[in-house]
Design a protein around this ligand. Structure first.
Ligand code: HEC
Length: 133
């Protein structure tokens, strides 16, 4: 159909945009690496703190694009930015708590996976080196 070509410039390039779930899965993988590093007594650093904001992800349904949900995603990113700036155990677990409280309401599927990211105690000083508490 030739009509499609005429309008192709105005179409958003869906393939170039990450979905909200993609970004959440990436951050989950990253947090698993942070947890591994901390448990091995290493300081999490560098690319473990490079991320794309959840507000840039394309949601799977329009309701998730509404201001109520986007505002919660923005609030989450401010907790996450604080953690990236000061990666203490306390800030890390605040992040995981915030993941869980949203998921309990909006998307319970990955709750077990998210809970498994919590760090109860660390014997190695990895987080304490950063903590300004
Ligand atoms: C403000 C709400 C909110 C916060 C905060 C949040 N999520 Fe999500 N998450 C969602 C929603 C809603 C989806 C589904 C997105 C969609 O369908 O487009 C999702 C999707 C996911 C998925 C993909 C699920 C699948 O089926 O592929 C994972 C994994 C995930 N989130 C993990 C996390 C982790 C880890 C955190 C914290 C670092 C987090 N989420 C923070 C709401 C949230």
């Amino acid at each position: 159909m030739s009509g499609g070509l005429l309008f192709s410039c105005a179409q958003p390039d869906a393939a170039a945009e990450a979905t909200l779930s993609d970004l959440m899965r990436e951050r989950t993988n990253q947090l698993q690496e942070v947890k591994k590093a901390v448990e091995a007594g290493l300081q999490p650093e560098g690319e473990l703190f490079a991320y794309e904001a959840f507000t840039h992800g394309t949601p799977s349904r329009p309701a998730l694009g509404e201001p109520g949900v986007q505002g919660q995603l923005m609030a989450f990113e401010s907790f996450y930015a604080r953690f990236a700036l000061d990666p203490s155990l306390k800030n890390y677990n605040t992040v995981i708590q915030t993941c869980m409280s949203c998921h309990e309401r909006l998307c319970p599927g990955p709750l077990r996976l998210i809970r498994s990211l919590s760090i109860e105690a660390v014997e190695a000083p990895a987080f304490e080196l950063y903590s300004r508490d």
